[in-house]
Design a protein around this ligand. Sequence first.
Ligand code: LLP
Length: 432
Amino acid sequence: MHDFHYVGKKLFCEDVSVESLAKKFGTPLYVYSQRTLARHFLSLDRAMAGVDHLVCFAVKSNSNLSVLRVLAQLGSGFDIVSGGELQRVIQAGGEPGKCAFAGVGKTEGEIEFALRKGVYTFNAESEPELERINRIAARLKKTAPVAVRVNPDVEAHTHKKITTGTYENKFGVAFEQVEAVYARAARMRNLHLRGVQMHIGSQITQVQPFEQAVRKTLPLVARLKARHGLEFFSIGGGLGIVYEPALESGSPEWWKSAAAKNILTPQKYADKLLPLLKPLGLRVLMEPGRFISGNAGVLVTRVEYVKRTGKKHFLIVDGAMNDLIRPAFYDAYHEIVPLVRRNGLLVKTDVVGPICESGDFFCHDRPLPRLCAGDALALLSAGAYGFAMASNYNTRPMAAEVLVSGRKAALVRERQATEEIWSGEQVAPWLK
Ligand code: LLP
């Protein structure tokens, strides 16, 4: 459930008309609902209340400082994958002691920084990484808390670019090798074996792959706990969200419908996993990104041109694949709705951006109301991996971001000035 809905003909985010934000702050514009962020965090946190747990928001899905602050104030931990993300969390008021540092390629500099700040755990993905962490910790006269990421080799049944828990993927340590790796790590003097971690993929819409991965890993985790006195088991992120019909999924009525019966909810997730996890007696960590931020954000864009060719009806908008790459990259579906609702016939429409690539599209042949130049649209469920994956391709400035809470709205990231894009560049001396 989320807080984007029509009031009369106008699309609102909480109690603010989205068109008023588009007028005030310009487009393309990301708009986030604080209430949705909080509701999604709390629904998962409460569903897991039966065990000692920590929800670590995956910063990679949305790293805006205000978004992180909202979650930090609710007590969230953070799943981070770079020194930069740790700096952001600290800047936003989050606690390093609630951060899990993941990723296959942690650099010396990043490890040292995270050690000095006191992260809760380094989730190591290989033996050379454990050796590196141990070496740096020794140099700093510290003990580094670590967990090894187990690759459980289960199929997550999601898009291949976001499947991470099979042996085709670069992630984690193969299930069969994990115990030997722990045994060797136990002999590294500056490591504290704190936990064990896994993550099988993203946008997983059924509970079955999670259950299968937990069931498969549990005996191993129990053995590791007995042998090394572990403290936590991180079951990763990956909870999927509703992309279609995104707008209806904002209403409580829709959640009572038959269509909603199949949707993965925190309750279903907890009902299946808690009975398995409880007897283990370990603290449970989760690393959800999309589940918390996905439905909490939209990308607002305005129609520049309507172009009809013999075959197609195009809406050429001012947002592009540099602002939201998910359709181009994963063929992802984002529901598209006008900010002012229109009645009348639907027209099969391609919504495309101005970038010089055919991949720069938001939808193909989608039935949409007939719109004109100047009308604005919202791409729903764009709060996760939207702005976070934006780039300056085609020398397009990064979009602005706004956070809404009730009747209040604030610019939480200003639109990038065009000159900022090349501010770090210089002309080579021999060209001057
Ligand atoms: N933990 C680890 C170790 C991860 O690699 C990820 C995501 C997460 C947690 C959070 O997953 P989530 O709960 O958000 O599904 N850009 C893609 C998604 C990439 C996910 C990468 N890893 C997309 O737009 O669909």
